[in-house]
Design a binder for this molecule. Structure first.
Ligand SMILES: Cc1cc2nc3c(=O)[nH]c(=O)nc-3n(C[C@H](O)[C@H](O)[C@H](O)COP(=O)(O)OP(=O)(O)OC[C@H]3O[C@@H](n4cnc5c(N)ncnc54)[C@H](O)[C@@H]3O)c2cc1C
Length: 512
């Protein structure tokens, strides 16, 4: 087998002849001796001419291409039960792996199934009514279900990304995600995939329980007793805790049991929204055509010893209210598979390390309390300055933000709850505001036109990663104080993003 690359103008698809000719050349054989040719990667390169770069594997005749073979799911009806708390990417993939390993997953999810959850999210966006157990972060599919569904991760050392991508394809995702350099699914496709994962778990003898917020985890003779707010109790010999990083009540539960919880660095800042056409022009050097994929961007700047970076960029997406508690404003971004909205948004955030916050925010939950108070400051400002919707966001034009001027007017935004002109430069903690205001003009050197008053800066992007860690034994992945309990996914502080959380779910199930 040999790998080879072909480069082709984005406007003209590759032909079979071109591919086979490239493969013969790579192997140094005539076409009669050529076997399988497999596309392994496709990426857009806009550095000069706008081209697709394709990577292939070429096999000689008789040489065997081994396609990915998933492990079969077993019937686990009468197998030993493992409680999985949370049906986000970590919990869903832990449950699937438990089926493969012959254990019975009992998935407890505080929110609703993915269909009923949509109703709560619409009420939140339109009427401003927040269901604290069913929203953009909570409910079947977790924070990943109504998202951009970007599937790239830098944590390839954590596990086999193919295990996650192949499973997603088997549950209905577009197979393009297996080869695209920046794969994404889209919020219009994710709910169906999430539903099929549940159907697979249940049809093999696993259980899913919605509206089941876990309120206690206790050691018992058989392992654990897990209690839910409705009074139900589940017994299991192991527990995978995959509750995500917004489940502040779970961190408090750990503290109440005297189980170790630690502060962990996270990132805090704003969402930035540009018209998508401006990003297209910037990234494609003015040569964007409607048949091309809409442009993305990412950047990192260093300001005074801390990274300032773009996070979870959503091309052709919209901004959504991601609060899980009343009295707080939290934003995130999502998009459909077609990425066809008029806007491009991204988190632009500053790395926060333990000790960066005021000394009054001490103790294991110090950074979490600090995160919450910034979210509250945004809410208090917007609600007392004319915000018509409870989750209206304070906002400023980008240059005004950097220059410390309140904007006289604001451009249109995709954010349904609306925006309120605000001195975001003062509402954010000074060390965050200062770094953002210095970094944004610098980004313009890499992406001419990025620093513009057509762009909107909105608060808050605060749920980038967990401000808390539930420390694990590095070998067994069990909590250091509670053998048999596996903190997992983003909420454990050891993963971030859909794919790395899913891989962590697989790893925890493997350890069991
Ligand atoms: C709008 C939005 C867009 C995003 N876009 C992307 C993206 O494009 N790409 C990407 O990689 N990441 C994205 N993310 C981040 C990504 O969704 C998370 O990193 C990922 O979902 C974390 O997976 P998880 O399973 O660890 O936790 P979560 O997805 O947070 O799932 C945790 C689950 O646990 C449940 N739970 C919490 N507490 C309890 C309890 N006490 N009892 C029972 N259940 C409980 C919650 O309801 C939730 O369903 C986005 C997030 C949001 C909010």
């Amino acid at each position: 087998m040999k790998e080879f690359e072909l480069v082709q103008k984005i406007s003209a698809p590759l032909t079979d002849e071109q591919i086979r000719a490239g493969a013969c050349k790579a192997l140094g054989v005539k076409s009669e001796l050529l076997g399988d040719v497999v596309l392994t990667r496709r990426s857009v390169d806009a550095r000069q001419d706008i081209v697709y770069r394709y990577r292939f594997q070429a096999y000689r005749k008789g040489e065997q291409y081994r396609p990915y073979v998933p492990q079969p799911y077993r019937n686990v009806e009468s197998a030993r039960p493992v409680v999985v708390i949370g049906a986000g990417p970590a919990g869903m993939f832990a449950a699937l792996r438990l089926l493969q390993r012959g254990f019975k997953p009992i998935v407890l999810e505080r929110g609703k199934d993915v269909e009923r959850r949509k109703v709560d999210m619409a009420r939140l966006s339109v009427e401003g009514v927040l269901n604290p157990d069913s929203n953009y972060c909570y409910g079947e599919g977790g924070a990943g279900a109504f998202s951009d569904g970007k599937l790239y991760t830098r944590s390839s050392k954590r596990g086999n990304i193919q295990d996650v991508l192949q499973a997603l394809v088997s549950f209905g995702a577009n197979p393009d995600i297996l080869v695209d350099a920046h794969p994404h699914i889209g919020t219009d496709k994710l709910p169906e995939i999430v539903k099929r994962i549940r159907e697979c778990v249940v049809s093999h003898g696993g259980e899913y329980h919605f509206d089941s917020r876990v309120t206690d985890i206790e050691k018992s003779a058989s392992g654990f007793r897990v209690s839910c707010h409705g009074g139900e109790v589940y017994e299991a010999f192991k527990v995978i805790l995959a509750c995500g990083h917004s489940a502040r009540d779970i961190y408090e539960l750990f503290l109440s049991h005297g189980w170790t919880v630690q502060q962990k660095g996270f990132a805090l800042g704003v969402r930035v929204e540009h018209p998508q056409w401006q990003i297209n022009q910037m990234r494609y050097h003015g040569k964007y055509q409607p048949f091309m994929p809409v442009a993305e961007y990412s950047f990192v700047q260093q300001v005074e010893g801390r990274g300032v970076f773009s996070f979870c960029m959503c091309p052709g997406g919209i901004l959504v209210p991601s609060s899980t508690e009343e009295g707080t404003v939290v934003l995130n971004g999502m998009s459909n598979a077609a990425r066809n909205s008029k806007w491009a948004n991204s988190g632009v955030v500053v790395q926060i390390e333990p000790g960066d916050q005021p000394a009054s925010y001490d103790g294991p939950l110090g950074l979490m309390d600090y995160q919450r108070d910034v979210e509250r400051a945004m809410y208090n400002y917007a609600s007392s300055h004319g915000g018509k919707h409870p989750f209206a966001a304070p906002a400023q034009r980008m240059k005004d933000f950097c220059r410390g001027l309140v904007s006289k007017d604001l451009p249109k935004s995709s954010y349904h709850p609306g925006v309120v002109s605000a001195p975001l430069h003062e509402l954010l903690p000074e060390h965050v505001s200062m770094r953002l205001r210095r970094a944004l003009p610098l980004v313009d050197r890499q992406m001419k036109g990025y620093y513009t008053n057509d762009a909107l800066v909105l608060g808050t992007e605060s749920r980038t990663s967990s401000p808390v860690r539930l420390p694990r034994d590095p070998q067994s992945l069990e909590h250091v104080d509670v053998p048999g309990l596996y903190p997992c996914g983003e909420g454990s502080g050891y993963a971030g993003g859909i794919v790395s959380s899913a891989m962590d779910g697989i790893n925890c199930a493997d350890k069991i």
